[in-house]
Design a protein around this ligand. Structure first.
Ligand code: SF4
Length: 340
């Protein structure tokens, strides 16, 4: 095996604290919440430093700031990152926002004005899809806290056949909560968009109720812009494709679960994407697996042409809607699910 090349930057996302939710659309997949040790992380980061001059560290990969130690963890991320400052995103913990008054004040320290929340419809639907009773009420409360503190909420909705009728409920909430006007008063624009998400992780279990082209007339398309193509059209297209592809990047992002298993961030955190375990194998060996495309899913994409994958795992009659890249991931993941 050759020497590992030097990467421009390596981003390491550790699942230090987990997530309060168990969303039905979670592409990462459901994992137990456990606490990871900072010393273990420090050691790993130092080992990665042999392979890039820039190491960006995040102490979360599920809900950010879920830990009571969120302030310390942000300081920790900055401290252990090497030659790069980790970023903040339009993401927060709505679980914390409704429970911890100091959190909203802390968020004001960052140069981020808009924060995204996920809603699925009415109370029953949202609690069901978030996997937690009370989630709906918390999302509405979190939206009000953001607006009352000068922020702009952004709502995303995941749509399936069984919650299309809930779109009207969400639109009526946007109206009754005056989200557009209140966002304007805060100097921004309220955004709302609808999508299906990628059909991997937990969301692959929703394939049977995936939105089809025949459902499009029930969805306001101004909010559902990137609905992709019918599966049968993608099937036809991929049937002509002998494409294989190496899956690796010059600035890779790795997800590390609380058992120190490491995965590239291409799709779900599952056995077939796993590079190995940082407690059992050296960083150099694991990076070589990544570079050589030796995880089972990488290897499949790099050796089996798309035409062969789609013939085996695609449905030539399906009108379900996918983006092409998500559909290819779906085919790869389906291959491994059929092997189980
Ligand atoms: S989608 Fe996000 S918030 Fe929901 S369970 Fe997965 S990691 Fe947690």
């Amino acid at each position: 095996m050759g020497c590992v090349s030097v990467f421009e930057k390596i981003s390491l996302c550790f699942d230090v604290y987990g997530c309060p939710n168990r969303c039905k659309h979670c592409w990462i997949g459901h994992k137990q919440n456990k606490i990871m040790s900072k010393d273990g992380i420090r050691k790993i980061v130092n080992e990665f430093a042999d392979f890039s001059s820039k190491i960006e560290v995040y102490s979360w990969l599920r809900e950010p700031d879920f830990s009571d130690e969120y302030k310390n963890l942000w300081e920790f991320d900055k401290e252990v990152s090497i030659n790069v400052k980790p970023k903040r995103f339009e993401l927060l913990s709505f679980y914390r926002l409704v429970r911890d008054e100091k959190y909203i004040e802390w968020l004001k320290d960052f140069d981020i004005k808009t924060y995204q929340l996920t809603i699925f419809g009415n109370e029953q639907t949202t609690d069901y899809y978030t996997g937690r009773k009370g989630a709906y009420k918390e999302i509405l409360k979190a939206t009000n806290i953001l607006l009352d503190n000068g922020f702009i909420p952004k709502w995303q909705m995941f749509v399936y056949k069984d919650n299309i009728d809930d779109i009207d409920h969400v639109l009526s909430l946007i109206n009754s909560m005056e989200l557009i006007d209140r966002s304007k008063e805060n100097g921004g624009t309220f955004q709302f968009f609808i999508h299906t998400g990628s059909c991997d992780g937990e969301n692959s279990k929703n394939y049977y109720k995936w939105v089809e082209s025949s459902d499009l007339h029930k969805i306001p398309l101004e909010y559902f812009k990137n609905y992709g193509k019918e599966e049968r059209l993608l099937y036809e297209e991929l049937l002509q494709s002998k494409d294989i592809k190496k899956l690796n990047e010059s600035s890779p992002v790795f997800y590390i679960d609380n058992e120190f298993n490491i995965y590239p961030n291409f799709s779900e955190m599952n056995e077939h994407w796993k590079l190995g375990n940082l407690n059992l194998e050296s960083v150099e060996d694991l990076l070589n697996i990544y570079i050589d495309n030796r995880s089972p899913a990488q290897s499949l994409r790099n050796t089996i042409p798309l035409c062969d994958l789609v013939v085996k795992y695609g449905d030539p009659n399906s009108k379900k809607l996918f983006s092409k890249e998500d559909y290819i991931d779906f085919l790869i993941n389906t291959h491994f699910r059929k092997l189980i």
